[in-house]
Design a binder for this molecule. Sequence first.
Ligand SMILES: C[S@@+](CC[C@H](N)C(=O)[O-])C[C@H]1O[C@@H](n2cnc3c(N)ncnc32)[C@H](O)[C@@H]1O
Length: 309
Amino acid sequence: MGNEFKGEAGHSADYFGDTRDHWWNRDYLALLAKRWRLSEVHEALDVGCGVGHWGALLGEHLAPDAWMIGVDREPQWVAKATERAAARGLGPRHRYVRATAEALPFGDDSFDLVTCQTVLIHVPDVMAALREMRRVLRPGGIIAVCEPNNLAHAVMADATTFTGPVDELLAMVRLQLVCERGKAALGEGDNSVGQLLPAIFADAGLVDVQVSMNDRAVPLVAPYAAPWQRPMLEEMIDFAERDYGMWSHDETRRYYLAGGGNEADFAGHWALALRNVRRAADEARAGTYRLAGGVVGYCVSGRKALTRP
Ligand SMILES: C[S@@+](CC[C@H](N)C(=O)[O-])C[C@H]1O[C@@H](n2cnc3c(N)ncnc32)[C@H](O)[C@@H]1O
């Protein structure tokens, strides 16, 4: 099925494909659910729900009578999430409304669980969002978030990149770092905020702060027969065919310039990035692309104290 939303104007549209369904090992999610005591959760809030991938996965682990509200700042994702939940028979338990993380339209102490996945990397002020998430959380309830360090991926070279010129690999790290700084400078979030979150949780007054890492790796080895390998390959090839790196050309350029880079350097870096993306796609088509995969993704949780600190 691929990604029916790719190329749409909405936030993260290029990342709402089938691959998102394969980001987690189910037994690891069950372990997280046990650690987070999700079976005790009756009322949950999924912040920045997108089209509902994360909420649906986590929803399976809540109490049998639980319901979940997903909020997103983009109205079209609220509509799509509602449609997708209805199509999967989740309608009555999963509802969606338009709202931002920074201004949640709920009273204090409303939810047992407030969660998000790959959302805090996009908000300009993580502490402001977290304080708002904590406000609507009941005392004793849990905030549980999953957010990556995307910068780490710039040094996760595949076999070809690893043996290529050192300067080219460093150029890719530089491109990612300058762009991530630019994204943050533009108020569009720290793309690698995952590793900073335990400290931010503590600063926000949450207690029992814990962190673990997503144990999912996505090995790509021919003949790519596993059902979760096809979407990964298709996404790689699709990105290459659309000249797409981590972001589109225009977005990457905008971030690069905002991060202090200049036009001349950008042209060279972008050409190199595209060459790598196209080479990987060619290898995927030929069945020679080989990679262990995996992301540096942090699962961070903290509870609201029973008595206010
Ligand atoms: C990468 S997607 C993640 C979607 C979903 N959490 C998942 O994992 O499938 C990020 C989502 O956060 C939403 N978003 C970004 N900033 C937001 C904010 N300040 N408040 C609410 N939603 C936000 C975007 O519209 C987008 O749908």
